[in-house]
Write a protein that binds this ligand. Structure first.
Ligand code: 0PR
Length: 378
C-alpha cells in the first residue's frame, strides 16, 4: 500500500489488469463453480455489509437465511429442519463431523467414509483429530457396503455417504447405508455439496435425502449448481440437538450463542442464495439441470463416436473419460488447446464437469480438439 492512495480510475485499471489474467469460465470444464445467476449477483451487491455473525443487527438477512433453510428442508424432505449458511462444502463437512464427534464421549473416535470422499475429509481428520477410515468402492465407483460395514467398530461415531462424488458424480447406495446407520445407531452425514442442487431436479428418483430415516445431516452448496455467489454452502440437520453440539457462548454480541464455525459471515451470500432460489423456483432449477444433462449426453455421445468411453454412465453432469495418459492429455489440452479439464485418481481418467456456462457449440469444439490431442499423444 502506498502512502497516498490512487484515484478510482487508477484502481479500476489495476482491477481490470488482474481480471484479464483470470480465465473466463467459457473453456473451463474442470470447475464445479460457474457464473452466478444475475439476480444472485445483484442481491450480493445489495447486502455486502450484512454480517450474519451478529445477526441481531441484520434481522432482514436472518429471515432470508431461515427461509433458505426451510425451503431446502422442504426439497430434501424434512419438516423439522435446522441449519445455517456456511462458506461451502468443506465447512459443512467439518461441522457435521464435529457435531457427531461432540455428541459422543469416545477417546479415539472414528468415522467411515467412502474412498471417493472429497479431500475435505482429510482436512477433517487433522482439524478434528478424528480417524477417517476409507471404505473401498465397487466397480460402479459406489461405496462397497461390505467394506463400509467391516470398518465400523465400537469407536465409530458416524458414517458419510456421497450424493455426487467430486471425481465421478456417483451416488452411493444411501438407502442401504441409512438402514445400516439406523441398525447400528450411528449418525449419517450425506455430502451432497455438488449433487444437492442436481438430484432433486432430475426426472429419476435418486434416494439420498432426509426421506431416508438414517440421514442425520446434509451438506448442499448453492455456490455450485445452485447458481449463487461464493461463499454459499448450507449445512442441514434433521434434529436440533445435533446443532446444539456446536454451540458457543457469544456474550457480547446481539445474540447469546453461535453454532457456526466462522464468526463473521457473509450476509451477501445469504441474499444471493435467497434471491436465486426465489427467482428460479423448482421449475427453474429443473430447467438448469435438464440442460446440463442434455449437454452431458451430447458430450458422451460425441466422444463415443471418436472411440472414447466414459468410465461409468454419468449419473449427473460429471463425466470421467477413459483415455490413455490422462495427465499428459490434461496438460496438452491446457497448453496447446486452452481447455481446462481435470483428472481423476482411481481409476485415472479425464474429468469433465458440465456446468451451466457450457453450450452445445463449445462441447463440439472441445470434442474436436480432444480427438486431435489424443491422436497427437499416440
Ligand atoms: N464435497 C464435495 C462432494 C465436493 O465436490 C466439494 C468440492 C466439497 C465437498 C468441498 O466444497 P468447497 O470447495 O465448497 O469447500 N468440489 C470441487 C473440487 O474440489 C470444488 C471445486 C470448485 C474445484 C471449483 C475446482 C473448481 O474450479 O473439485
Amino acid at each position: 500500500m502506498n502512502e497516498t492512495g490512487l484515484t478510482e480510475e487508477e484502481v479500476l485499471v489495476l482491477l481490470n489488469n488482474a481480471k484479464d489474467k483470470d480465465l473466463k469460465y467459457d473453456r473451463v470444464l474442470s470447475s464445479m463453480c460457474t457464473y452466478p445467476h444475475k439476480i444472485a449477483a445483484k442481491a450480493h451487491m445489495q447486502f455486502m455489509e450484512s454480517n450474519m455473525g451478529d445477526f441481531g443487527l441484520f434481522q432482514g438477512t436472518y429471515s432470508m437465511e431461515q427461509e433458505i433453510i426451510r425451503s431446502l428442508g422442504n426439497i430434501l424432505h424434512c419438516s423439522s429442519i435446522n441449519g445455517y449458511l456456511t462458506t461451502g462444502g468443506t465447512e459443512s463437512n467439518i461441522q457435521a463431523i464435529r457435531s457427531m464427534r461432540n455428541s459422543h464421549r469416545i477417546k479415539v473416535p472414528n468415522i467411515v467414509v467412502p474412498e471417493s470422499a472429497h479431500f475435505s475429509f482429510d482436512k477433517i481428520a487433522d482439524v478434528l483429530n478424528i480417524e477417517v477410515r476409507k471404505a473401498n468402492l465397487d466397480e460402479e465407483l459406489k461405496v462397497s457396503m461390505e467394506s463400509l460395514e467391516s470398518l465400523i467398530d465400537q469407536n465409530t461415531v458416524g458414517l458419510v455417504a456421497i450424493a455426487g462424488s467430486t471425481e465421478f458424480g456417483q451416488v452411493d447406495p444411501i438407502a442401504e447405508i441409512s438402514k445400516l446407520a439406523v441398525e447400528k445407531n450411528l449418525f449419517l452425514h450425506v455430502d451432497a455439496a455438488f449433487g444437492g442442487f442436481v438430484l432433486p431436479f432430475l426426472p429419476e428418483n435418486n434416494e439420498f435425502d432426509f426421506s431416508l430415516p438414517g440421514v442425520t445431516s446434509i451438506a448442499i452448496d448453492p455456490h455450485k449448481m445452485g447458481l449463487s455467489t461464493i461463499p454459499s454452502g448450507v449445512l442441514l440437520f434433521r434434529n436440533v440437538e445435533d446443532l446444539t453440539h456446536l454451540k458457543a457462548e457469544t456474550p457480547y454480541l446481539t445474540i447469546d450463542t453461535q453454532y457456526t464455525l466462522t464468526g463473521t459471515r457473509s450476509g451477501a451470500a445469504v441474499a444471493a442464495t435467497y434471491a436465486v432460489m426465489q427467482h428460479l423456483g423448482r421449475e427453474g432449477y429443473r430447467q438448469v439441470v435438464s440442460r446440463c444433462m442434455e449437454l452431458t449426453d451430447h458430450l458422451v455421445k460425441s466422444v463415443k463416436e471418436i472411440g472414447i468411453d466414459p468410465v461409468i454412465d454419468p449419473v449427473m453432469n460429471v463425466v470421467a473419460l477413459d483415455v490413455p495418459h490422462p495427465a499428459q492429455l490434461r496438460s496438452k489440452l491446457a497448453k496447446e488447446y486452452k481447455w481446462q479439464v481435470s483428472i481423476t485418481q482411481k481409476p485415472a481418467a479425464l474429468r469433465l464437469v458440465i456446468m451451466p456456462h457450457m453450450d452445445f457449440e463449445t462441447i463440439d469444439m472441445f470434442v474436436a480438439d480432444l480427438q486431435k490431442a489424443v491422436l497427437e499423444l499416440q
